[in-house]
Each structure stands twice: as structure tokens, then as C-alpha cells.
Design a protein around this ligand. Structure first.
Ligand code: ACM
Length: 503
């Protein structure tokens, strides 16, 4: 009963495992230490059990974490793991700390959510598991509504249970600039002071941001920062008149329109601005990717748009990072080799989206699939919802979010060229982290499963190939953990949800 569905589960009739009061976490391999510490903390939170971590071979009834080169499923060393549950003990084996950490997330879901009150007993099983795609992402738009560090940590805690390993932070937009830049301090002082619907705003200091990135990295999550350019820039334009075409700073913006703002392109000051920002953000970024947006630049002249994104992507490449951009950037033919595109058109590609996505692959890059009509988490679940938008062929049901396949969208774009999948949450209408969670869960569980679990056998007919009943049964079990952890979720119809918790 695990989400995402593991690649291989062999149930067993052997005797079950019971966690005894003297059980320990036995660690082998230096890379296993951090994972053991997190498992210890998670069992303490989830089950109120305090297990000692020991560096010695497991005794009967221990939980062993072994990270060594010859562990983990063959051919899947990066993130694969094995998990064995038997009367003698539990054993997680992986070639990397990341693999072991995902094994721990599976173990957390196998452990009964009631483990704080009841004996902790697990059926014997052997799981061999690895992801379909290396990039499984969630995006949080902290620009429209700002979410402080504690909220983002809470979000990271919730996504790792689903083995989501990339957190894309949409850090800048018309409504707010959320990351401090030393060379351009008014971006946050002024441009970060408000948000959508007149909300209070806020921003991350460099130390805040480092803290977030480190917290994510400890949990094997890579933060992908996005500085959206040259459109979606009113907050920057309001902060510095010299970035505007007419040299006049506009007022701060708290509405929900898109496409009206653009940086002054082809200009030395803008060039210096873009270089400074990308260099400072790259310095804060241990992960490989730096996202430069490029979507909905409806107020930028087409030739200027192309030369702007080429130049910005080259500046990213000079910092040693891989540029990422929304699929519109594929219109340009001067992007550096290996630039990654993010597809956000529909399951049936609209206008030139398919061609634009493919152009990243032609230049040696790959594509992240975020089809808006199924993977956008801000779209309403049902007509009449008070939070959410309905433009992307909405409403988007849980079933919609589950019954699609990334390799069946753009002809010619198969698994080999797909970096992975990502579900974005745009927050124009989402003011709090509790509201955000209700938009994200359970649909992110569907997208996470698409990113992790093996492709359906018959991808020609994706709707019938994915087993929604099996998924919703597992989701019902997962929700017991969400309840225990205090993660909010939308109780959509068609899922055997646990009894509502009091309060
Ligand atoms: C987008 O939804 N504008 C990427």
C-alpha cells in the first residue's frame, strides 16, 4: 500500500516483523548516517518511538540501513533501493544515500499510521524499487503569495513522502520579488513588500535561502530557483526605473493579469542587472539548475525576446549551471547546448508548444513535463471552488491528474528525452500553506506516481492502462499518514478516505 507504486513488490507468507522496545537502527556505510538520523526523527514524530542508531551489524529485530556500492537494484544505482521486511528485521539496501532515503519513505508508509498507540507490526515483504524519471518536481509560487521559510520546510516534509526530489521555487513575478540580491537591494525592499490581493509580501534573506536549500538537500531534494524574465517582472520594474522602456517605474502590482510587463531589452543596464542577479542566485544554488522563466512575454518584441533569452541562458551557463526555461524559450535558436525546457501546454499540445519543446532536445537538452490541464495544482478540483483558477481546461479532478503519461504528449518526445515531471502550484488565489496543501494533495500524489512508477504496459491507451481503483485504495492508506502528520488534503470523491480526524 505505497504511493508511488513501487516497481516490484513480492509479498511473503513468512512471519511478520514486530518492532520491539529494544530495536535499534543499525547503520553500515558512512552515507547511511544522515538517512538513519532522519529515520530516527521520523519514527519519533510518526510513532513516538526513540530508536538508538548503532554502527554495528543488526541484531534480531533491528532496522538495518546499508549503503554500499553493491547494494540497490542493478542498473538503478542513483535512487534505487531494496526493502526487506521479515521477522528477523527490516533491511534497506541502496548504493546511495538518496536511494536509502526513498526506501525509508516507503517504510514510513508501510508502518501503520496508528503506530504511536498500537504495536508496530509489518507484514513480511520484499520490495525492489527505482524511479522511472530522475526529476520529480513540485513548484511553489512564492512570488504571488509569499511563504516564509517554516512553510516551505513543511512543504518539503510533505513532498518527500511521495519521493518528489525537486522543489522549483518561482521566486519572482509581477506581484513580488522574493530573494535578496546584494547588488540590487530595492528588488526585495520595495519589490518584495506586497503580493497578490494586497497581501503582506516578504522575501528570503540570503541566509534564509541557504537554510531552505540545506534543509531540502538533507532530504535529497534539489531546489530549482526561478527568476522569471523578461516578462513577469513588474516587481523589478517598480523597484528600478532604469529597467523600464520609458525609464519610469510603475506602481507595485497586486492583481492577477499576465503578459503586461517586460524588462527593457538590448540595454547595458538590463544586461548588468540580469548578470548580477543570475550570478548571485547561482552562488546560492548547489543544485545543477537555474530557471529563467521566459513564459508569456506578450509585451516583448519577438526578436528582442529571442536575443534576451539567449543572452540570459548564456549567462546562466557561464555560472556553471544548466539553464531551464518554460517551453516558449524553445522559439529561440541560440540557447546553450543542454538547456532544459519545461512544457506547460496541454495533453494535446496547443499552437507551437510541441515544436518548441522538441527544439530543446534538438540542442542536446531535455524536457520537464508539466501539462497544465492535468499537472497544474492551482486549477480548481470542482466548479465553484473558492480557491483556484479554471483556465487550463479546468476543473482538474484527481482522475485527470492520474490518467496521463508524459511520453504520450509530444510526438517524438519519449522517456529518453524527458527529464521528468513537475506539478506547479501558482498562488494568485492561494494565501496560506494550509490552502496550498489542499490544492496540492492529493493531486501531487498522482503526478509523483507518474514520475516514479514504471510506465503503464499499454501506453497507447493511458486512461485504461492506469488503475485508478488501485491508486485510490493506496491513497486512502496514505491519507492516514497525512492525518497523523497534519498535512492538509482535499477529500475528493472516489477515495476511501480515513474517518475525518476531530478538530
Ligand atoms: C505559466 O503557466 N505561465 C508557465
Amino acid at each position: 500500500m505505497v504511493v508511488p507504486r513501487p516497481a516490484q513488490i513480492e509479498p511473503s507468507d513468512d512471519a511478520s516483523f514486530t518492532l520491539s522496545p529494544g530495536a535499534r537502527i543499525s547503520v553500515a556505510g558512512p552515507a547511511a548516517d544522515g538517512v538513519a538520523r532522519l529515520l530516527r526523527a521520523e519514527l519519533a514524530t510518526d510513532c513516538r518511538r526513540e530508536l538508538a542508531v548503532v554502527h554495528e551489524p543488526p541484531a534480531f529485530g533491528d532496522i538495518a540501513i546499508v549503503v554500499a556500492d553493491d547494494e540497490g537494484p542493478a542498473g538503478h544505482r542513483e535512487e534505487g533501493y531494496t526493502l526487506e521486511v521479515a521477522a528477523e528485521g527490516v533491511r534497506i539496501g541502496a548504493a546511495t544515500a538518496a536511494g536509502a532515503f526513498w526506501g525509508v519513505q516507503t517504510l514510513r508508509q508501510l508502518v501503520p499510521a496508528s503506530c504511536a498507540d498500537d504495536p508496530l507490526t509489518l507484514d513480511a515483504v520484499r520490495i525492489t524499487d527505482h524511479p522511472r524519471f530522475g526529476y520529480r518536481g513540485a513548484m511553489l509560487d512564492v512570488a504571488r503569495h509569499f511563504f516564509p521559510v517554516a512553510d516551505v520546510k513543511r512543504f518539503i516534509d510533505a513532498i518527500v513522502l511521495l519521493k518528489v526530489n525537486h522543489l522549483h521555487l518561482h521566486l519572482t513575478d509581477d506581484q513580488g520579488w522574493r530573494i535578496h540580491i546584494d547588488a540590487w537591494p530595492r528588488l526585495t525592499e520595495h519589490g518584495g513588500s506586497t503580493g497578490s490581493d494586497g497581501s503582506r509580501g516578504g522575501f528570503y534573506s540570503k541566509d534564509d535561502y541557504r537554510e531552505l536549500v540545506a534543509y531540502a538537500a538533507d532530504r535529497h531534494v534539489t531546489v530549482v530557483p526561478e527568476i522569471d524574465m523578461p516578462g513577469h517582472t513588474n516587481a523589478a520594474l517598480a523597484s528600478y526605473p532604469e529597467l523600464n522602456r520609458d525609464g519610469v517605474a510603475p506602481a507595485l502590482y497586486t492583481g492577477s493579469d499576465v503578459g503586461f510587463s517586460t524588462l527593457l531589452t538590448g540595454d547595458g543596464t538590463t544586461d548588468r542587472f540580469v548578470g548580477d542577479v543570475l550570478r548571485e542566485v547561482a552562488e546560492l544554488t548547489p543544485g545543477p539548475y537555474l530557471h529563467i522563466g521566459g513564459d508569456e512575454c506578450l509585451s516583448t518584441d519577438e526578436d528582442d525576446f529571442r536575443s534576451f533569452v539567449d543572452r540570459a541562458a548564456q549567462l546562466v551557463a557561464q555560472t556553471g549551471k544548466t539553464p531551464v526555461g518554460w517551453h516558449e524559450m524553445g522559439r529561440s535558436d541560440g540557447l546553450p547546448e543542454g538547456t532544459v525546457g519545461q512544457y506547460w501546454s496541454f495533453r494535446t499540445p496547443q499552437a507551437d508548444a510541441a515544436e518548441e519543446a522538441l527544439s530543446f532536445v534538438r540542442r542536446g537538452g531535455s524536457v520537464i513535463m508539466s501539462p497544465a490541464d492535468v499537472a497544474y495544482l492551482d486549477i480548481v478540483y470542482e466548479e465553484g471552488d473558492s480557491i483556484g483558477q479554471d483556465w487550463a481546461d479546468g476543473p482538474t479532478s484527481l482522475r485527470d491528474a492520474f490518467e496521463w503519461d508524459p511520453a504520450r504528449i509530444v510526438p517524438g518526445l519519449g522517456d529518453a528525452h524527458i527529464l521528468g515531471v513537475e506539478a506547479p502550484l501558482w498562488t494568485e488565489t492561494v494565501p496560506t500553506i494550509e490552502d496550498a496543501e489542499e490544492m496540492v494533495f492529493p493531486r501531487l500524489a498522482a503526478v509523483a506516481e507518474i514520475g516514479w512508477s514504471p510506465a503503464p504496459a499499454d501506453t497507447a491507451e493511458v486512461r485504461s492502462a492506469r488503475d485508478i481503483e488501485d491508486f485510490t485504495a493506496r491513497l486512502g492508506a496514505l491519507a492516514e499518514h497525512w492525518d497523523a502528520l497534519g498535512t492538509r488534503y482535499r477529500r475528493v470523491d472516489g477515495v476511501p478516505w480515513p474517518q475525518p480526524v476531530a478538530g
